[in-house]
Design a protein around this ligand. Structure first.
Ligand code: NCD
Length: 309
């Protein structure tokens, strides 16, 4: 397994394009020959420290380590850890990094993974920090796009929903902006538009073409990828705004009627109402495959950060 040049994965930019190509290659090989990998992490321990709710990310990390022959420990809510007694993140990490070989952490505070990395004896993987970044979801997305489209360049990508607080969106735009001939259609209500720093520091800096709209149907016929997202309830300051915006987009068969035959529909999940369940039967719906792919790319990432041959 080729080593990635970073010790931690905090931001998707910690990985070069070559690192990502390599992780995708290994994940594809794991999908084909899973038994070859089943003892690669014998004797290793992954700690999953989740200070925020999760189903897929935490369980796919745990499944990944178990499928590699390793073991897992951790907590799935901060109320069951000593954080509830007032322990600092730095102290928690200093201790848990002595109990494990690698740590996947989700935290509501943006930037918390940097504090963790500065206090850890072992590699830290950011499994989502507030409304900021979610690099391993992006690796999952890239693996899925490359398997479905056989390329990561020459794509028109529609991103729809909560572009303001959606951390998966921020990491995905950052990653895709490094490939050739990428165009984004950014579909959101006015209140949930992409943050300015993503526009200036990522899109404009890399001269990426993008259009902002609040209409999901206007550009449907141009899209190669449609990435739907949930309105991030937990990041809202008031319930009334959430209630007003939560069902702004509901993708259904009617809205898809103008879409390309080979559109790829993605969603990091969990879904609330953004995709009608009737769409699940459409062969272009790939969000459950995307969730399965999360295990394989995380297996590749663990192997790489632990420098397993
Ligand atoms: C996403 C997250 O946590 O940011 N979920 C995930 O990891 N698959 C998306 C979301 O919660 O809406």
């Amino acid at each position: 397994m080729k080593k990635v040049k970073t010790r931690n994965l905090i931001d998707i930019k910690d990985l070069s394009k070559e690192d990502i190509d390599n992780l995708i290659k290994v994940a594809n090989d794991i999908i084909k020959h899973r038994e070859k990998y089943s003892h690669k992490c014998d004797g290793k321990i992954l700690a999953t420290l989740f200070f925020e709710p999760s189903t897929r990310t935490r369980l796919s990390f745990e499944s990944a380590m178990l499928r590699l022959g390793g073991k897992v420990l951790g907590f799935s809510e901060s109320s069951s850890s000593s954080t509830a007694k007032g322990e600092t993140l730095a102290d928690t990490i200093r201790v848990v990094s002595g109990y494990s070989d690698i740590i996947a952490m989700r935290h509501p505070k943006e930037g918390a993974p940097v504090v963790a990395a500065n206090n850890s004896l072992v590699p830290i993987i950011n499994a989502g920090d507030g409304g900021h970044n979610h690099p391993t979801q992006t690796l999952t997305d890239l693996l899925t796009i490359s398997r479905e489209k056989k390329r990561l360049d020459n794509l028109t990508i529609g991103l729809c929903g909560d572009l303001k607080f959606g951390r998966t969106i921020h990491s995905l735009i950052t990653a895709m902006s490094r490939y050739d001939n990428i165009k984004f259609i950014l579909i959101s209500p006015d209140e949930l538009k992409i943050p300015d720093y993503i526009k200036t520091e990522v899109l404009e800096k890399n001269k990426i073409e993008y259009i902002e709209t609040d209409n999901i149907e206007d550009y449907m016929d141009q899209l190669d990828i449609l990435y739907m997202t949930r309105v991030q309830k937990e990041r809202f300051f008031n319930e009334a705004d959430y209630q007003r915006l939560k069902d702004y987009y509901i993708l259904d068969n009617y809205k898809l009627s103008k879409a390309k035959k080979d559109l790829c529909i993605l969603h990091p999940l969990p879904r609330v109402n953004e995709i009608s369940t009737e769409v699940d039967e459409d062969s272009r719906a790939k969000y459950f495959e995307q969730a399965y792919n999360g295990v394989y790319i995380r297996m590749a990432l663990i192997l790489s950060l632990l420098e397993v041959e």
